[in-house]
Ligand binder design. Structure first.
Ligand SMILES: C[S@@+](CC[C@H](N)C(=O)[O-])C[C@H]1O[C@@H](n2cnc3c(N)ncnc32)[C@H](O)[C@@H]1O
Length: 212
């Protein structure tokens, strides 16, 4: 799995990467009620431009990505000095308000995730096969304090198409995996894309706390 992703980056097979900020982020982030200046966790971040958008809005960003190639491309395409250090299982690079941790998201420990107030998942959950998705939902919940919130973007595939990645994640699956630890609100369904047959759904998740 790890090797597959690294190979994809090495060979430039990154059709998932968007050359523009995701419109659902621009549309829904302002209404989520995220605290000003809250640090945003971006799991499985690739070299997403959405991280710059969040940073430009005053959020420190913590992106977690396996592939060194993705991180180096993000830094090369950005402006500003890069500082680097090592922390636990991760090689860390920082450029402006964006910190990229190179390593496995599942190795990120709650102590290292201190001060995270929000998250953004576009093409992270849906990049994982079924067995890893339950682990992902649980791990994300462990890293977030009560009240932390974020956007989740899932997709369904054309009827009869069970390929992946990206894997189909239905509304039932979102509720099943996240409701035990999050308040789950469905915000929007996109149009089905004519070529791929993919259709995105946008969700707001708020980490429940004791008594919520
Ligand atoms: C489908 S891409 C999406 C990237 C980004 N979120 C975007 O919207 O462009 C999934 C990314 O997750 C990375 N990845 C896969 N498994 C991972 C893991 N366990 N920990 C960290 N990164 C991982 C892959 O290298 C790949 O860049």
């Amino acid at each position: 799995m790890v090797e597959d992703w690294r190979q994809r980056w090495q060979q430039g097979r990154i059709g998932f990467h968007r050359e523009a900020v995701h419109p659902a982020l621009e549309r829904h982030w302002p209404g989520l009620g995220v605290d000003e200046g809250a640090k945003v966790l971006v799991p499985l971040c690739g070299k997403s431009l959405d991280m710059r958008w969040l940073a430009d809005r005053g959020h420190p960003v913590l992106g977690i990505e396996l592939a060194e190639e993705a991180i180096e491309q993000f830094l090369a395409e950005g402006a500003g000095e890069v500082s680097r250090y090592h922390h636990a299982h991760f090689a860390v690079s920082r450029q402006g308000n964006v910190e990229l941790w190179c390593g496995d998201f599942f190795h990120l420990h709650i102590d290292e995730a201190a001060e995270i107030g929000a998250f953004y998942d576009r093409a992270a959950l849906i990049a994982l096969p079924e067995a890893a998705r339950q682990r992902y939902a649980f791990h994300l919940a462990q890293l977030l304090p009560p009240g932390a919130r974020g956007l989740l973007i899932t997709l369904t595939r054309a009827p009869g198409d069970s390929g992946g990645p990206p894997y189909e994640v239905t509304a039932d699956e979102v509720h099943e995996r996240f409701s035990p630890n999050f308040e789950v609100t469905h915000l929007e369904d996109g149009e089905r894309e004519p070529g791929s047959g993919f259709r995105e759904s946008i969700w707001k998740l708020v980490r429940r706390g004791p008594g919520r």
